[in-house]
Design a protein around this ligand. Structure first.
Ligand SMILES: *[C@@H]1O[C@H](CO)[C@@H](O)[C@H](O)[C@H]1NC(C)=O
Ligand SMILES: *[C@@H]1O[C@H](CO)[C@@H](O)[C@H](O)[C@H]1NC(C)=O
Ligand SMILES: *[C@@H]1O[C@H](CO)[C@@H](O)[C@H](O)[C@H]1NC(C)=O
Ligand SMILES: *[C@@H]1O[C@H](CO)[C@@H](O)[C@H](O)[C@H]1NC(C)=O
Ligand SMILES: *[C@@H]1O[C@H](CO)[C@@H](O)[C@H](O)[C@H]1NC(C)=O
Ligand SMILES: *[C@@H]1O[C@H](CO)[C@@H](O)[C@H](O)[C@H]1NC(C)=O
Ligand SMILES: *[C@@H]1O[C@H](CO)[C@@H](O)[C@H](O)[C@H]1NC(C)=O
Ligand SMILES: *[C@@H]1O[C@H](CO)[C@@H](O)[C@H](O)[C@H]1NC(C)=O
Ligand SMILES: *[C@@H]1O[C@H](CO)[C@@H](O)[C@H](O)[C@H]1NC(C)=O
Ligand SMILES: *[C@@H]1O[C@H](CO)[C@@H](O)[C@H](O)[C@H]1NC(C)=O
Length: 383
């Protein structure tokens, strides 16, 4: 502000002195006007006052000359100094207002980031339920494997029993069984032998059939268990993949949130730093402008008094301080509240994370250790 005022100082004189009369201005008038002007730019009220007192009480100057000086002073005040105060005030106020925008920019960026993370979180919810569904299916198939294995064990022992029986029967007798019973006639002997051989043959065939049946059922059961085991391992792989996808998306979100947070904090810090700088420089400017404004009003008052050739009133004016400077009060912008930045509290792979994400999984379909990019390595889910 100071330099601005000084820069126009040289030009003020010709503005101050009406063009038509400038040629006739006498040396004393010029000197007095120069002195007042210098006092004004130096904001030295004492200097201005002393010249105005002299002018007001001078017997050497004509009335015209006195008026010329005083109009010149008013001109400097009206055309240069007051507008300059107002301009500087507007600049300072603009500077303050600009900061609110600057802070809002940080908030807006964060809102964008938040919106993005909302989208990401929605897909995480999707991945979570898809994974959960998969583990439930895995659990069902695991149940099937268990019951199939039980049935298989049973089929194995039945088959083994039946075929042992068959193999015990499936041998040729080492001693001829064809002894006659006492008192038996030959025909009866043959009848009995035929019946015994037929019974023995049918028993042999039955056991053979039962062994074959049991073996067939065992084969069928084993086939079922093999395919149940295959589908269990397939579905487990599928679920592990879904889990990896889920964990990875949490890793991504976590990373993004970290970056967004850092960006927001930096944005706020930078804005805050320049805001504090500007705030204090503006508040210094504000005080200077108010002091200058009051001085200009005092000068007006003194000029009016001098016009009445009243040195006493000039002195009184130099003491008057009750000028309103309300219009030069800066409206200091507040700083928009700091929105605490969200980060993911539980890092993927941590026990808390595993508990929060996977505690609900069926006991017979446990999740695998976190394999995702950002997972804390070497953590397994201990129930
Ligand atoms: C103001 O002007 C008076 C008289 O011209 C001078 O004595 C005084 O040193 C000046 N004060 C300042 C602060 O420049
Ligand atoms: C008036 O002018 C005379 C000489 O011209 C000078 O001696 C005197 O100091 C001046 N008085 C004032 C008040 O300027
Ligand atoms: C300066 O401004 C005041 C008040 O705004 C006015 O009364 C006065 O006539 C003006 N003087 C000049 C020379 O412009
Ligand atoms: C954030 O999302 C809401 C609702 O989807 C939308 O109204 C708003 O404009 C978005 N804001 C930004 C900064 O993207
Ligand atoms: C052998 O299996 C068949 C069909 O699988 C069945 O009809 C039959 O009753 C079974 N026989 C025995 C002795 O288990
Ligand atoms: C199926 O898996 C179970 C448990 O892993 C195992 O005990 C059984 O031997 C497997 N059965 C077959 C037929 O592979
Ligand atoms: C900015 O300056 C004003 C005036 O000095 C002061 O009242 C206000 O507390 C300052 N603001 C901050 C955030 O420091
Ligand atoms: C300022 O004080 C003077 C007397 O010292 C008084 O005449 C004037 O009305 C006051 N002005 C205001 C705006 O209070
Ligand atoms: C100060 O600025 C705030 C925010 O821009 C505005 O709402 C308020 O009206 C202003 N106050 C004044 C006195 O200009
Ligand atoms: C896993 O952790 C155990 C102890 O917590 C440690 O002894 C082991 O070296 C770790 N293994 C790896 C691969 O980091």
């Amino acid at each position: 502000m100071w330099r601005l005022l000084c820069a126009v100082a040289g030009a003020s004189l010709t503005v101050a002195v009406p063009n038509g009369q400038s040629r006739h201005v006498d040396a004393g008038v010029l000197r007095d006007l120069n002195e007042i002007e210098a006092g004004l730019y130096a904001r030295n009220l004492t200097a201005v006052k002393s010249v105005l007192l002299t002018v007001a009480g001078s017997s050497n100057l004509t009335g015209e000359e006195v008026d010329e000086i005083l109009d010149g002073v008013n001109g400097i005040v009206n055309d240069t100094l007051e507008p300059s105060v107002k301009t500087d005030f507007a600049i300072a106020q603009d500077q303050m207002d600009g900061f609110y925008e600057l802070f809002l920019k940080c908030e807006e960026d964060q809102l964008h980031a938040f919106n993005r993370s909302v989208t990401d979180q929605a897909s995480i919810v999707q991945f979570t339920s898809s994974h959960e569904l998969c583990r439930k299916q895995q659990s069902l198939i695991a149940d099937q494997v268990v019951s199939c294995t039980t049935l298989l064990t049973a089929a194995e022992s039945i088959q083994s029993a039946k075929c042992t029986l068959y193999s015990e029967t499936d041998v040729l007798p080492t001693t001829p069984p064809c002894l006659s019973h006492g008192g038996e006639d030959v025909e009866a002997y043959h009848e009995r032998q035929i019946q015994e051989f037929e019974a023995s043959l049918s028993n042999l065939l039955l056991r053979k059939h039962e062994c074959g049946n049991a073996t067939e059922r065992l084969t069928t059961q084993r086939g079922q268990c093999t395919s149940a085991n295959t589908s269990l391992s397939d579905v487990r792989n599928e679920c592990d993949f879904k889990q990896l996808k889920l964990d990875n998306s949490v890793c991504d979100l976590s990373a993004k949130m970290g970056i967004d947070c850092a960006a927001y904090n930096t944005c706020r810090q930078q804005a805050m730093y320049s805001f504090m700088e500007a705030n204090s420089s503006v508040s210094v400017t504000e005080e200077e402008l108010k002091v200058t404004w009051k001085m200009l009003q005092q000068v007006r008052c003194m000029v009016d008094a001098a016009k009445n050739r009243d040195p006493h009133l000039v002195a009184i004016c130099s003491e008057r301080k009750n000028y309103s400077v309300a219009h030069l009060t800066i409206n200091y912008t507040g700083v928009p509240p700091f929105a605490p930045c969200q980060t993911l509290s539980e890092p993927p792979g941590s026990p808390q994370y595993m508990e929060a994400m996977y505690a609900k999984m069926p006991k017979n379909a446990p999740v695998s250790a976190c394999q995702a990019s950002c997972c804390l390595r070497n953590t397994t889910f201990a129930r």
